[in-house]
Ligand binder design. Structure first.
Ligand code: ATR
Length: 278
């Protein structure tokens, strides 16, 4: 392969039509004046391995990976970062010049950067975090919160056993509470995170008592459609600092773009508007 080929990257998943990543990377490529293309690719599970082995030969420098392939790609990679191993999933692949496939997970990084840049003075060490939900997104959020020094995480999930499994995996700084007690943990937390799909367009609302929300708390939602979920609406009315979930998507894309295209992009208001099609 010629060294001067235009670098290609993209996102593989199934379905893929709704992915905002092509818009996001396309915006950066265009505004930063960099050569490159970022292409959405619908890849069914049966084709995953062949596609991943073929992409580097076709001039791809890497790709993002989304549902349902985030776990399986770990087995296809030659190198897995600690954070991807910890989460049991990867969202970013780098095809190295030596032919090795490097798998990383930047979801936790995106989550933390979104809170750091979307608030004034968020201090994860200032007190406990309340995390609602115990699925794949929760795992990334928990790992990231522990890494930045949250003293304690109160974790509530409809299916308690899934929360217990995360506690066993991540250790003693996690306290599991029943889903019906979600209101109580919100009351005690400095940082409140919804990692469930509740509140997303087409899904039921998050129905937990929110009267414990108060000024001084930072509240975020990984759901970004709508941008202001009912949880964030309530939190804003209660005087909390709120951070919507779109920023996590934008920030998680930064490390991959930098590796593939050679320059670190910025997350700006213009980028948000471009991704939202405004
Ligand atoms: P993701 O990878 O996006 O986290 P997931 O692994 O399917 O997706 O997890 C979805 C989360 O939303 C889970 O915490 C799920 O709770 P369960 O573990 O009990 O399934 C939560 N969730 C989805 N629908 C829910 C509902 N109607 N009520 C309460 N929690 C719900």
């Amino acid at each position: 392969m010629s060294e001067n080929r235009i670098p290609l990257a993209g996102v593989i998943g199934d379905p893929i039509e709704h992915s905002l990543s092509p818009r996001l990377h396309g915006y950066w490529l265009k505004t930063m004046g960099l050569p490159g293309h970022y292409i959405p690719m619908r890849v069914v599970a049966n084709d995953l391995e062949e596609v991943i082995r073929t992409l580097p030969k076709a001039g791809f420098v890497g790709c993002n990976v989304t549902i349902p392939h985030k776990e399986r790609v770990l087995q296809l990679a030659d190198l897995v970062t600690d954070r991807a191993a910890l989460m049991g999933a990867a969202n970013t692949l780098i095809f190295r010049k030596d032919g090795k496939i490097h798998a990383d997970n930047t979801d936790g990084y995106g989550f933390i950067e979104n809170l750091r840049q979307g608030t004034e003075g968020w201090d994860p060490k200032a007190g406990p975090a309340a995390v609602l939900g115990a699925g794949g997104a929760s795992r990334a959020v928990i790992a990231a919160l522990l890494e930045v020094g949250v003293p304690e995480i109160f974790l509530a999930n409809r299916t308690r056993t899934r929360a217990e499994a995360l506690r066993i995996e991540f250790g003693t700084r996690i306290t599991v509470v029943d889903w019906v007690q979600a209101g109580n943990i919100i009351d005690e937390a400095v940082t409140v995170v919804n990692t469930t799909s509740l509140g997303m367009v087409g899904n039921p609302e998050l129905r937990v008592p929110l009267d414990g929300l108060k000024p001084g708390q930072v509240v975020t939602d990984i759901v970004y459609a709508p941008l202001k979920t009912p949880l964030l609406e309530a939190a804003e009315q209660a005087g909390c600092q709120i951070v919507d979930g779109l920023g996590m998507l934008l920030h998680q894309a930064v490390p991959g773009f930098e590796r593939w295209f050679g320059q670190r992009p910025e997350v700006t208001e213009e980028l948000r508007n471009a991704v939202l099609g405004q």
